[in-house]
Design a binder for this molecule. Sequence first.
Ligand code: HEM
Length: 53
Amino acid sequence: MESLAGKPKDELLKKMLDFKTGKKPATLMHQLSKGYTDEQLEQLAAHFAASQK
Ligand code: HEM
């Protein structure tokens, strides 16, 4: 699977919010993303966007 590190924050956040709302179908991530508040998902997106590959 492609690395999340260094991906744009907006792209990561949109994908996770789409998993959470069910807009983007998934095998696991729709369940995992529901465990986080929108603010926590934003913090995760910022974290991975700032990480180096
Ligand atoms: C045990 C931890 C995790 C597992 C097993 C897991 C598993 C998966 C799987 C299987 C997918 C493909 C979509 C699906 O079928 O669900 C996926 C995609 C994704 N996951 Fe996770 N995930 C984990 C944790 C996380 C965390 C903590 C984040 C937060 C940043 C995250 C962010 C994403 C994103 C953004 C995608 C979309 C990747 C893309 O389409 O480029 N995942 N994950």
